[in-house]
Design a protein around this ligand. Structure first.
Ligand code: HPA
Length: 272
């Protein structure tokens, strides 16, 4: 089980290597190149942070970056941790608490996701308005860390309404007509969902499904951060099209839209 001391120690190691930050960004599958946007960038490899877990998912580098973007100090996780890698949820979400100790008040979570809403297309960018925890697990299970927040945190505004509006306005401003809003539903993975699970997701009110983001959202809300979530819809979810799903499609579409994704995040961070 992750201890408060472990989080403090990791934060200390990161602070002395690359410094603190006011905005944190977690980069999802295929979106890791966004670190190139940072000025005066410094990084530390996850493996060089004592007590920090190392990401094993393909396309997730495992580097913690800090730099400047539009005059703001931003840290970026190039490589996130997923429940399907076998890590406990408290370890997966430890980086969010580390960010909190490093001064981050605004968190941007990005991911690749499958589109459930049939009006979406591969390449749609979805601003998260809410999420559904369909995993049966919760990263806050166990003794509460009072240093970070209350036992029963509110999740009414899991994604900050003002950040949703801001991001939507910036999408209009940059003319990104592929941007929509919707609800993200978390499945554990690593297998993709079945067509029956996708029909269930739709009945539940989901617009997209994916294997990340919700644990980090819960932990960020617990410690009082404002969260913005943006999904890159890389494929239509299982059973919508008469074809199998493949990780190479996820990577290919993420690559195709990463310039727009980057423009959207850039404009949003500039306007924050
Ligand atoms: N399901 C779950 N996770 C995903 C998908 C999907 O269809 N596409 C990209 N990540």
């Amino acid at each position: 089980m992750v201890t408060y001391e472990q989080i403090v120690n990791c934060a200390g190691a990161i602070r002395s290597a690359v410094g603190g930050a006011e905005i944190g960004v977690v980069l999802g599958s295929g979106l890791g190149d966004y670190v190139e946007a940072l000025e005066d960038a410094k990084y530390i490899d996850y493996k060089d942070i004592p007590g920090f877990p190392v990401s094993t998912a393909p396309g997730h580098e495992g580097r913690w970056w800090t730099g400047k973007l539009h005059g703001k100090t931003v840290c970026m996780m190039q490589g996130r941790l997923h429940a399907y890698e076998g890590y406990d949820l408290d370890l997966i979400t430890m980086p969010i608490r580390i960010m909190k100790l490093l001064g981050v008040e605004t968190l941007i979570l990005t991911n690749a996701a499958g589109g459930v809403n049939e009006s979406f297309k591969p390449g749609t960018l979805m601003i998260l308005t809410d999420c559904i925890n369909f995993s049966g697990k919760n990263p806050l299970t166990g003794p509460n860390m009072d240093e970070f927040g209350p036992r029963f945190p509110d999740m009414t505004y899991a994604y900050a309404p003002e950040l949703i509006d801001l991001c939507e306005k910036q999408a209009e401003k940059i003319g990104a007509d592929c941007v929509r809003k919707g609800v993200y539903m978390w499945f554990n993975g690593p297998c993709y969902e079945t067509p029956a699970e996708i029909r269930l997701a739709r009945v539940c009110g989901a617009d997209a499904v994916g294997m990340s983001t919700v644990p980090e959202t819960i932990i960020a809300n617990h410690c009082g951060m404002k969260v913005l979530g943006v999904s890159c819809i890389t494929n239509m979810a299982a059973g919508i099209l008469n074809q199998k799903l493949d990780h190479s499609e996820v990577v290919e579409v993420a690559n195709r839209v990463k310039a727009t994704f980057r423009q959207l995040l850039d404009a949003t961070i500039e306007a924050m």
